[in-house]
Write a protein that binds this ligand. Structure first.
Ligand SMILES: Cc1cc2nc3c(=O)[nH]c(=O)nc-3n(C[C@H](O)[C@H](O)[C@H](O)COP(=O)(O)OP(=O)(O)OC[C@H]3O[C@@H](n4cnc5c(N)ncnc54)[C@H](O)[C@@H]3O)c2cc1C
Length: 443
């Protein structure tokens, strides 16, 4: 690959977004240093800086394609480490509310592995790249900035103890992938660049999750049961087979309808708010620990592409750029697609990188953002302005789901939109409209 610029890249954050950013830039720069304030475990273990790892994590089909583009063979590596793949409608069940999509070969592959496993496999691959170094237990305190050149020239690292001064790490490019809690907004303000416009959709979702022992007899032939929420069934849930003969069950409830964190309460909640197969497994399987919770207040997209002035030598990616309501399983996929976009931008050179990169990200975030916000607003308890024609579009989507219960082609088209492998308007192709209309007669 053509080297866009000699020199060093510092990546802040060794989460999945940061690791994929490192993979993207490794072919374009001489040296890549990934920093994380966590002590990174030498195996697939939960860690403090990524508490979401205790909850269901699915990778959409488009995300798997992006992962393979960045790290060829990585899905095989996940499988060798205990993960697995399966067809979304042949090896799993997919519900929208109480309606189940027809079973059959969807051609869309789901990846079943825990987030800690996925991160560990990706980290091993990235650490094996000859010019990448991952340093853990290192916290970035602030950016180093050359005001005359309007350029970020490195980062200041917090000292191991407060009596020492912070140390400087110089870089030609700093990629901030420090997650939702990134200090990018504060840093940009302090450096005089102001704040990016913000799109924000409050959702107030609470995830509650628990691991269970898995036996082949629990749900013969099935690896996953996913349930998207609907207006009359407003809890999303997911049950995925995980490495180590386990199931993970997560449910995401809106407003103040969270599942209880005591086991019996959680099981009873699943009976009312999850598909019967999920409730069945929770009822018969041996729990591995007690349910844990994660509260997610709002989806946020920071529009750096609309800032009149942005420092050279600095980029923001992953959840720090756009964080989606997790119930749609988009975060890792979008982070992987952003990393592919970063590599493509660098292949065209390193000049004016930030505006080109943020513009490319804005384009690729548009579709998942529309799905997230559109589906959130379909719930009456979610506050926000419904756009013109919203009720009509919702009625159409209800009909699509209804037809998808019996028509495999409609089910595949719907899943392709959810997995970001087809645009949402593909559901409006004449052949789809005909099938959806015909499906309506079965109502
Ligand atoms: C409950 C829940 C469920 C989810 N489910 C899914 C799913 O099913 N599918 C999906 O695709 N996505 C899902 N997501 C989203 C997904 O986890 C993230 O989008 C994805 O992991 C990318 O995150 P990231 O790498 O940008 O940030 P993070 O994972 O937050 O990583 C940021 C890293 O930066 C480090 N860091 C932070 N500040 C500093 C600093 N100053 N110095 C050094 N290091 C620092 C942290 O320690 C951390 O390791 C879910 C999220 C949640 C909360």
């Amino acid at each position: 690959m053509r080297v866009a610029a000699p020199g060093t890249v510092v990546v802040i954050g060794a989460g999945i977004g940061g690791l994929l950013a490192a993979a993207a830039v490794a072919g374009c720069y001489q040296k890549v240093i990934v920093l994380d304030r966590d002590r990174l475990p030498d195996g697939p273990a939960l860690r403090k800086g990524a508490p979401q790892g205790a909850h269901v994590h699915g990778v959409l089909a488009s995300g798997q394609t992006a992962l393979e583009a960045l790290l060829p063979g990585v899905i095989d590596d996940v499988m060798a480490a205990g993960g697995d793949v399966g067809d979304m409608l042949a090896d799993g069940l997919f519900y929208v509310g109480r309606q189940r999509l027809v079973a059959g070969q969807s051609g869309l592959q789901g990846l079943v592995a825990s987030r800690p496993l996925l991160e560990w496999v990706i980290r091993r691959r990235v650490a094996a790249l000859p010019n990448v170094e991952i340093r853990c237990g290192v916290e970035v305190q602030s950016l180093v900035h050359d005001a005359a050149r309007q350029r970020v020239t490195g980062v200041l690292l917090a000292p191991p103890d407060a009596t020492q001064p912070p140390s400087l790490l110089a870089a030609d490019l700093v990629v901030d992938v420090a997650g939702r809690g990134s200090r990018c907004l504060q840093w940009l303000q302090q450096l005089g660049y102001g704040a990016p416009p913000l799109s924000r959709q409050p959702v107030d979702v609470t995830y509650t999750s628990c691991y269970f022992e898995r036996k082949d007899t629990d749900l013969p032939g099935l690896r996953a049961v996913l349930c998207a929420h609907s207006a009359d069934f407003p809890t999303a849930s997911g049950m995925l087979e995980q490495e180590g003969e386990r199931w993970v069950i997560s449910c995401g409830a809106f407003a103040n309808a969270a599942a209880p964190t005591d086991l019996e309460g959680f099981r009873a909640y699943l009976h009312r708010h999850a598909p019967p197969e999920t409730a069945h497994v929770a009822a018969i399987a041996t729990p591995l620990g007690t349910p844990v919770q994660f509260r997610y207040p709002a989806s946020e997209h920071r529009h750096f592409e609309r800032m009149p002035c942005f420092p050279a030598g600095y980029l923001v990616m992953g959840d720090a750029l756009c964080s989606f309501n997790p119930v749609y399983g988009q975060g890792m996929t979008v982070a992987a697609c952003e990393a592919v976009a970063l590599r493509q931008c660098l292949q065209q050179g390193a000049d004016h990188l930030a505006p080109r990169f943020f513009k490319a990200c804005a384009r690729l975030i548009a579709a998942p953002w529309e799905i997230t916000v559109g589906s959130d607003l379909a719930l009456p308890m979610v506050v926000g302005k419904r756009p013109f024609g919203f009720a009509l579009m919702n009625r159409f989507m209800d009909r699509v789901v209804h037809a998808a219960q019996t028509d495999l082609r409609v089910a595949k088209a719907l899943l392709a939109v959810i997995h970001l492998t087809a645009p949402s308007w593909s559901l409006l192709y004449p052949v789809m409209l005909w099938r959806v209309w015909r499906g309506g007669f079965a109502r």
